[in-house]
Design a protein around this ligand. Sequence first.
Ligand code: ADP
Length: 431
Amino acid sequence: MYFRISARELITRIASIIIASGVVGYLLGHTFLAVSVVSIGLLVWHYNHLFKLINWLWQGKSISPPQAKGVWGRIYDGLYRRIRKQRLKQKQLNERIRKFRDGAEALPDAALVLSSELTILWGNKKASQLLGVRWPSDVGQRIDNLIRFPEFSKYVNSGNYDSPCLVISPVNNDLQLELRMMAYGSDQVLLLARDISKIQRLEQMRRDFVANVSHELKTPLTVVRGYVEMVQSSGSALEPHWQKAFTTIETQVSRMDRLVEQLLVLSRVENNVENDDHLPVDLSRLILTIVEDVQWLNQDKNHTINDYIASDIKVRGNEHELKSACMNLISNAIAYTPANGVIDVTLRNDGHKIRFSVKDNGPGIKPEHVNRLTERFFRVDMSRSRNTGGSGLGLAIVKHVLNHHNAELSIESELNKGSEFIICFTLPIAD
Ligand code: ADP
């Protein structure tokens, strides 16, 4: 129900009251008095309602405004309608907030809503349990005042939240947390913390298991190899079928030996995550040595190996691991390129990146296989790989080495044309 009044209508109403009072006054012989009395009465009536309205607005407890007739009744009705509308909106908003909070409480992870200055606005119960955030005393605190770990401060200050940050829970040293931050809305940041202690423990158990099994296999393999070599070198002529059997045993034992060796390297590299023995490594010299060393691998294939190695390029890292990664790429190129191929080994400084690449004109790799090459035991062609003595662990080792050397592996390959394996080292590069 809408109430509208125009200026014309208002003037007409006032004029008709004054004229009516004037006419009555005239008939009684007191025109001015009558008009004055009616005008003052009108003023008193309006002021009375004005006071009532002010009292209700500032001191009234009820949501319904005072009752009145005429224009003031319409004004009060309009106000009441507005209040009811506002209340309804507020109720809907509260309902939405309640639903959002219920959803956030149902999350298995800790969730914190932060302002763009990274001060705490809101969080769920899990946030209290995992991060020790207290309500409401911690509202308005900066998150890095509560989670005081250097790695977290670095993560927060970097402003790059693409990958998660791993920290120990500030309330329980046994809990390992994975923190993820993401900007949302116009100026808010959501922080999610997940307890990954169980996953980490399982991962550690897996790593220990592989390392222990590989280690335990080494002794029996050495014994078997020793006996096989003893029999073969004893000089006694073996019957041809025994000779063949011993040759096969020797080949398979060598394969297992290489596999066990690679597994041990992979476990060592995987367990060496907290790598603080990063020293300047002369990459130029290291790669030149590898190129010289691999010549004996190249005897059968007789590839042309070109090296374009810029001098004096240094990176910070573990020399042993870097050697293993670069060696893997060059020996793969030698192994998978058919005889008399061309292999280019390049090392150069792009200004902000150091680029090491091994390019061959071998068989190339199908695009659908390229992304899977760094998976453990993945081999494009089992039989070809087996012939080359491959285990499928080489590129997995390369990936793990690069993970803690601020470096990335990229692979460009075209079927029947060749492949290029590129390692890019980003800062910090050694001085
Ligand atoms: P492997 O020990 O079998 O060589 P890697 O992890 O080093 O294991 O390599 C995985 C697979 O990637 C290999 O089995 C091979 O099929 C493919 N591969 C690696 N390097 C090359 C290359 N330069 N050219 C073609 N295929 C390659």
